[in-house]
Design a protein around this ligand. Structure first.
Ligand code: GLT
Ligand code: MN
Ligand code: MN
Length: 387
């Protein structure tokens, strides 16, 4: 029987806001009592997680005095040490306080934009103090209900100015942060700028320090946009930009569900885990999800354990898939097709002439069945435990 026990080397992390989620939604109030940050850390230690991530105000109230802040941080550090939990990532809430009702870095009021930068710099101070090396920026309110309010290209310019400024701050303070930008198509705004991971991958090369900035794709967000999450992750990975990842689950076309990892689409989750493991991704496996509103804190633990266990089960299934002789023979056949084709490679006059002179038997090539039905069925049988 494979061992599905989470271990530190798996780098499983949870946002403080995930296990402390109290089940409030737009139609109903909280269903669970408040969970203090230090108790959340104890819970994470108990279920076998490796890390905890946080927004500034998940830990320090927005109106805390400097001495209150320092005491809270000290006690939190003590709790992390006591429960063997690290803080790999920090972020900033630029969406909860009413001041951000028109966005933060892209807001029309210059005071809001300046305050957003100040708040983020302080959140970076906090993250650095806790040992975080990744800083996530999720622009939850960087968007619109009406495009009459600003030109969308102006929003892009403001966002660039803000990220450039924050990179300089990280360099100035020698924090060594890598920024991970997180896309979402909509909710809580009618439309959010930078709706997809692909949009951020296009934005990053326009920054002053593109090497410091990558992405934090989230399963639910790409799925809300009706996209294939794995493809976004793979493109980010190939570009060297997969700095962080938010694992959860989501049915397409619904509100932002943030379900337990693997709960809605285990097939997509399988291909994702297989990709991350095959590629050698060694960053945090962060679960940005929360328990059903039906649960008490025992149910929250079931939720957290379930995220990690499903990841490890899918990892084991991926190993089986890679070791399955019938599957591998099929894959070899598929990938080896057309071995006599002229090599493409780098453009040259000789290669050009060979390619232009080649006659292709279109009919014969097209007539060949590819065997993907069999391959997919075998994949599903591995996934369903029938092999
Ligand atoms: C919020 C959001 C998440 C982001 C978090 C980071 S906060 O819960 O729904 O997707 O990753 O700001
Ligand atoms: Mn997220
Ligand atoms: Mn989400």
């Amino acid at each position: 029987m494979p061992d599905y026990t989470p271990r530190l080397e798996h780098k499983f992390s949870f946002g403080l806001w995930t296990v402390s989620n109290r089940g409030r939604d737009p139609f109903g109030d909280v269903v669970r009592p408040a969970l203090a940050p230090n108790d959340a850390v104890a819970m994470l230690g108990d279920v076998g997680a490796w890390g905890v991530n946080l927004h500034d105000n998940d830990l320090v109230p927005i109106d805390a005095t400097p001495s209150e802040r320092d005491r809270i941080v000290r006690e939190f550090q003590r709790a992390c040490t006591a429960h063997g939990i690290v803080v790999p990532m920090a972020t900033v809430s630029l969406f909860y306080d009413p001041i951000f009702k028109d966005g933060a870095f892209t807001a029309n009021d210059a005071r809001v934009r300046a305050y957003a930068l100040q708040k983020t710099m302080r959140a970076m101070d906090l993250g650095a103090e806790l040992g975080a090396k990744i800083f996530v920026l999720w622009g939850g309110r960087e968007g619109t209900e009406t495009d009459a309010c600003r030109r969308p290209d102006e929003a892009v310019k403001r966002l660039r100015e803000a990220v450039d400024y924050l990179c300089e701050y990280s360099i100035d303070r020698a924090y060594g942060f890598r920024f991970a930008l997180e896309a979402k198509p909509n909710e809580p705004r009618g439309d959010i700028y930078m709706a997809t991971t692909g949009a951020y991958l296009g934005f990053i090369p326009t920054l002053a320090h593109p090497e410091m900035v990558g992405v934090n794709p989230e399963v639910a967000h790409e799925t809300m946009a009706g996209l294939n999450f794995l493809h976004a992750v793979a493109q980010a990975w190939e570009a060297g930009k997969l700095f962080h990842i938010d694992l959860n689950d989501q049915m397409p076309g619904r509100y932002d569900q943030d379900f337990r990892f693997g709960a809605a689409n285990p097939r997509a989750a399988f291909f994702l885990v297989k990709f991350l493991e095959d590629a050698g991704y060694d960053g945090p496996r962060h679960f940005d999800a929360h328990a059903y509103r039906t649960e008490d804190y025992e149910g929250v633990k079931d939720f957290a354990r379930g995220c990690m266990r499903s990841y490890l089960i899918l990892k084991e299934r991926a190993r089986q898939w890679n070791a399955d002789k019938e599957i591998q023979a099929l894959v070899k056949e598929i990938i080896g097709a057309g071995a006599d084709a002229p090599a493409i490679g780098k453009y040259s006059a000789q290669g050009r002439d060979t390619l232009l002179a080649r006659r292709f038997d279109r009919g014969a090539i097209a007539a060949r069945g590819l065997g993907y039905e069999r391959l997919d069925q075998l994949t599903m049988e591995v996934l369903m435990g029938a092999r």
